[in-house]
Design a protein around this ligand. Structure first.
Ligand SMILES: C[S@@+](CC[C@H](N)C(=O)[O-])C[C@H]1O[C@@H](n2cnc3c(N)ncnc32)[C@H](O)[C@@H]1O
Length: 431
């Protein structure tokens, strides 16, 4: 049966995610082992099962009299993948059942085929049970539901619902090559449905995702894939020719390139990232777009290691964060993130902000950004920083997007529109 190897792979990938690997780590090797025409289906199975994990797992646990032995945990995931298909796909039920039972056998668990068959037949016959908690109902870990409810009493259910939808594909038109209207025309001529984004001046949102090689002049650097919220950093930086700009947490370079496209004649753009693995992605993006930056591997917080003492006019600090504003693009975050991560991340974020402030020229501007929806990583970091003795001014950008938090603007994820993001703009007064 053709679906068995894919099913077994999906279960193995889900087990790896449960054990702490991200989909971007464990999915590519699994995809490589399958024939090319089966790869999109494996990707859809893994993303879908992660997205609905807490809901599917709630149902599966209620159907199992006792948990499987740890050594058979992969069979638990095999059943979750099958449940995902029963509840969220058009796949024929008999095929899901037969292939899953067969996969259980070929994965060396013949003693569990009866259980798998019984559980899935009951699931098919009885339909989905009523969810017993908000965690199961909204398919998010309990701590995340509680934190969002506490932080966003009027919006938490919208955030959770949006996280369970498919994110749109959004482009940033390279302003050095095309204006947006011209590129929209090109897309229309190619038969690709699209519209201009509401807030980002160079953004185009596609009606449906397409492979990048189908986008006109993609290889020549006409456009990049970047969410609208991520694009907004350049408008906040107020770039001008002659400025020296630092992109402190730069990989894979989406915002570095957006900065370079937004303003010709910058004196220099320094792009730093501490991850040696991610650094080549910055170089690749610069190369495709024919842009130049000084790319360095360093811990940005350790300024002794990399800073030459010359001040920056502009700093973009797009800190590492919980990524809870982009869960619909990375549904594995639901399984990977722990509540305790948030405090640890907040300390790293404040450390980076404090260290990099020293490298900003008096009169210069720093834009702090995250793709998180938790105030602990966002306006509370800015508040904590403003309590420190250094002089600084919090600017209130004149924009039409996001919620004013009193210390920065918070975008929440919106269905068929932008991701969740946070920005604060700080200026260092001239003494
Ligand atoms: C949110 S991502 C940046 C995304 C990037 N700005 C873009 O738009 O393409 C955060 C990045 O920070 C990097 N990072 C984490 N801690 C760092 C540190 N102490 N110094 C420099 N980079 C760091 C991570 O490797 C990761 O690539």
């Amino acid at each position: 049966m053709p679906g068995q190897p894919m099913r077994a792979s999906a279960a193995q990938v889900m087990l790896a995610v449960e054990q702490g690997q991200s989909l971007s780590q464990c999915l590519p090797p699994a995809l490589k082992r399958l024939p090319e025409n089966e790869r999109p289906a494996l990707q859809a199975l893994c993303f879908g099962t992660c997205r609905w994990f807490f809901r599917l797992d709630g149902e599966l646990q209620s159907r199992l009299k006792k948990p499987l032995k740890p050594v058979d945990r992969v069979v638990h995931h095999l059943m979750l993948v099958a449940l995902f298909q029963l509840r969220h796909s058009q796949q024929a039920t008999y095929a899901v059942l037969n292939e899953t039972v067969e996969a259980c056998r070929t994965m060396g668990r013949p003693h569990l085929t009866g259980l798998v068959n019984g559980v899935l037949r009951a699931a098919e016959r009885e339909g989905e049970p009523a969810p017993q908690s908000d965690s199961v109902s909204f398919s998010h870990p309990p701590w995340m539901v509680e934190k969002l409810r506490h932080n966003w009493p009027d919006d938490w259910h919208n955030i959770l619902d949006t996280n369970n939808t498919q994110a749109p594909m959004t482009l940033r038109v390279n302003a050095r090559r095309f204006n947006r209207d011209r590129y929209l025309e090109l897309l229309a001529e190619t038969g690709i449905g699209a519209r201009a984004t509401a807030f980002a001046p160079h953004g185009i949102q596609l009606a449906a995702p397409v492979p990048v090689d189908q986008l006109p002049y993609f290889a020549d650097g006409a456009v990049s894939v970047q969410d609208e919220a991520a694009q907004l950093c350049t408008t906040l930086l107020e770039l001008a020719p002659g400025q020296r700009v630092l992109d402190a947490c730069a990989a894979p370079g989406g915002k570095t390139c957006a900065i370079l496209e937004a303003c010709e004649g910058l004196a220099e753009v320094v792009a730093i990232d501490e991850s040696a693995d991610r650094l080549p992605r910055i170089e690749e993006n610069l190369e495709r777009l024919d842009l130049d930056a000084s790319v360095q591997q360093a811990d940005a917080a350790n300024t002794d290691q990399w800073w030459d003492g010359r001040f920056f006019d502009r700093i973009l600090l797009d800190v590492p964060c919980s990524a809870t504003g982009v869960i619909r693009r990375h549904p594995d975050i639901k399984l990977l993130r722990r509540e305790s991560d948030i405090v640890a991340l907040a300390n790293i974020q404040l450390g980076l902000l404090t260290a990099l402030w020293q490298t900003l020229k008096p009169g210069g501007r720093l834009v702090y950004g995250t793709c998180s929806v938790f105030p602990q990583e966002n306006h509370r970091i800015i508040r904590r920083f403003l309590n420190q003795p250094d002089e600084m001014v919090l600017l209130e950008p004149d924009v039409l997007w996001g919620h004013d938090t009193g210390a920065g603007r918070q975008l929440l994820p919106v269905p068929h529109s932008h991701d969740g993001f946070f920005y604060a703009v700080l200026e260092k007064p001239v003494q």
